[in-house]
Design a protein around this ligand. Structure first.
Ligand code: SAH
Length: 546
């Protein structure tokens, strides 16, 4: 049956004599009635669901396709496999239902029949469903069965490919699957069908003669059987083998061995799934580099403690250097409890000579509020602008505003020193957090400025840490914790207490470092440039030395 033209389709019930006209319009009648004309039953508008079977890639969340991201943004419900990295779910809407179909610490493993039923039920309820599968749906993902189930229920669907584990292992571990001199073909094989009692056992006798690379998915536990069979049928025991576990993730491991020794290397307790096993002469060629595992922070777990919506830059920067970032916000940012004073200042901006921004949040909240009140940047025409540091100045640049003054050193004292001589007798508007230091207002007032402070955002402490993060910290499994402001430093001391001693702290500035030191947790490094890049540089330098 042809697919319906759009997600919001008409369920059509028609008399037989009208069915061809309906079909010409591109619709398919749900039911053709061979009866007298009944005006009431002809059209029943109804929302129709659709299912997208999407490959989520092998683990690295940035290997999701653009189409996959687009569909996650639209989804009402996402059903995902346990091998899918949950980090890709950040692309969903807050209202999207997220259902894990097994493991991940939560969710039990569902049978294929249960999965089919759940997906159908959601689609029949009119939902846009993303069925997210590890790697590529075409590789050992039981996709054909899911499609059959959708087709038999007349549910429209699309399939979106993804990066399969074999190709990720090849790129990220530097193991060629094909090679001009060693392998001109590749076989993708499941290790799940190697036991004697399987209904469709693998033809290992023929695979032993296959002229190319053999790639085994799900082959860890059955490796003793299939490797012995390959050798028995003539494949050399010295054939090179590479095992790549958790390809494309910060925990990636690569082990090289031979076919004869594979079973021993994979003995229980030595290496657990998921791993892909690559067998063949091309493995030894190793023409590609080990770029992934040799990145400076490879495998280090780093805790980012910024509010979630501000964590992206730091998370990406850390990931690019190979780290495994985790997020536990120490503070949250919210609008002020009362906008009235800020609104009054915004309406009266022409009365001010200077606007002073002391954080990125201040910039974003203030400009957004101005817009909400119906003003645009012309409202700032009379004012000079000062920013406390480079990140704040950068935030202003995003609104096409250039700063007139910015101290070299990112501290209130340095800003005061530069600003004080310029603001004698002038009207200065400080845009600040609900809590913050008074030093700027006090010093400028003392120097002769007419200062007005308005709160443009609230920063609140997070009261409780995610228990999984707490456990990892206590077990010494978090290598670094980034501390990106004094407020965050104070909140972290509350949130984690003595467990902070189990990690290395990286402070963004001497002021933040001071808060930590005074609380009894001196940081291991302090950024020289008080920015995200400066902080990551400080961690990189320390990693270099150790
Ligand atoms: N559709 C998936 C494969 C599903 S079968 C794909 O295209 O990749 C599950 C098997 O895939 C695992 O047992 C393992 O052999 C392999 N696999 C999946 N992700 C992996 C990863 N990140 N590293 C190594 N192997 C992986």
């Amino acid at each position: 049956m042809p697919q319906e033209p759009s997600n919001v389709a008409l369920r059509i019930v028609t008399l037989s004599r009208y069915s061809s006209i309906i079909a010409l319009l591109g619709y398919v009648p749900l039911l053709v009635v061979h009866q007298h004309f009944d005006k009431k039953t002809i059209f029943m508008p109804q929302k129709n669901g659709k299912v997208y079977l999407v490959g989520a890639g092998p683990g690295d969340p940035s290997l999701l396709t653009l189409r996959g991201r687009e569909l996650l943004q639209q989804a009402d419900a996402v059903f995902y496999d346990y091998l899918v990295n949950p980090q890709v779910l950040v692309h969903t809407k807050p209202s999207t239902e997220q259902i894990c179909l097994g493991r991940h610490g939560h969710g039990r493993i569902h049978s294929q029949e249960e999965i089919n039923a759940l997906v159908l039920e959601a689609a029949q309820a009119g939902k846009i469903v993303v069925r997210l599968k590890g790697g590529d749906p075409a590789f050992f993902g039981r996709t054909a069965e899911e499609i059959t189930s959708l087709e038999s229920a007349n549910i429209p669907y699309e399939v979106v490919p993804g990066v399969t584990a074999a190709s990720a292992a090849s790129s990220y571990a530097g193991i060629p699957l094909t090679h001009r001199e060693h392998a001109s073909s590749v076989a993708f094989i499941t290790g799940q069908q190697c036991r004697d009692n399987d209904a469709h056992p693998l033809d290992l006798a023929n695979l032993a003669k296959f002229p190319g690379t053999l790639v085994f998915y799900m082959g860890v536990t059955s490796a003793p059987q299939w490797s012995a069979q390959l050798i028995k049928h003539g494949k050399s025991a010295s054939t090179p083998v590479a095992i790549v576990r958790r390809a494309s993730l910060p925990q990636q491991q690569t082990v090289r061995t031979t076919l004869g020794e594979l079973a021993e290397v994979l003995a229980p307790q030595k290496m657990r799934p998921p791993a892909i096993i690559i067998v063949g002469e091309a493995v030894e060629a190793e023409t590609t580099t080990k770029w992934f595992q040799s990145r400076p922070l490879f495998g280090s777990s780093v805790l980012v403690t910024r509010p979630v919506h501000q964590a992206t830059e730091l998370v990406e920067c850390l990931s690019n250097h190979g780290a495994a970032p985790l997020i536990q916000p120490a503070i949250t940012i919210a609008p002020p409890s009362d906008w009235a004073p800020a609104d009054q200042a915004i309406r009266n901006l022409r009365a001010y000579d200077w606007l002073v921004f002391s954080s990125v949040n201040g910039v974003e909240q203030f400009i957004t509020r101005m817009d909400e009140l119906g003003f645009d940047l012309r409202q700032l025409g009379n004012c000079q602008i000062a920013a406390i540091g480079p990140a704040t100045a950068k935030a202003l640049r995003q609104f096409h505003l250039r700063v007139d003054l910015q101290p070299n050193e990112y501290r209130a004292e340095a800003l005061t020193e530069m600003l004080a001589p310029k603001t004698v007798g002038k009207r200065v508007l400080l845009l600040r957090a609900s809590r913050g230091r008074e030093v700027l207002a006090e010093s400028l007032t003392a120097a002769g400025a007419r200062v007005k402070q308005v709160v443009v955002y609230q920063s609140n402490d997070v009261e409780q840490a995610d228990p999984e993060i707490m456990t990892a910290l206590e077990a010494g499994q978090i290598d670094w914790m980034t501390v990106t402001s004094s407020a965050i430093a104070r909140s972290l001391v509350h949130l984690f207490g003595g467990a902070l001693a189990q990690t290395k702290l990286a402070a963004i500035s001497p002021l933040t470092a001071k808060v930590l030191t005074e609380a009894g947790y001196p940081p291991s490094v302090v950024a020289k440039q008080y920015t995200t890049e400066g902080l990551v540089d400080a961690i990189l330098n320390a990693a270099d030395v150790s």
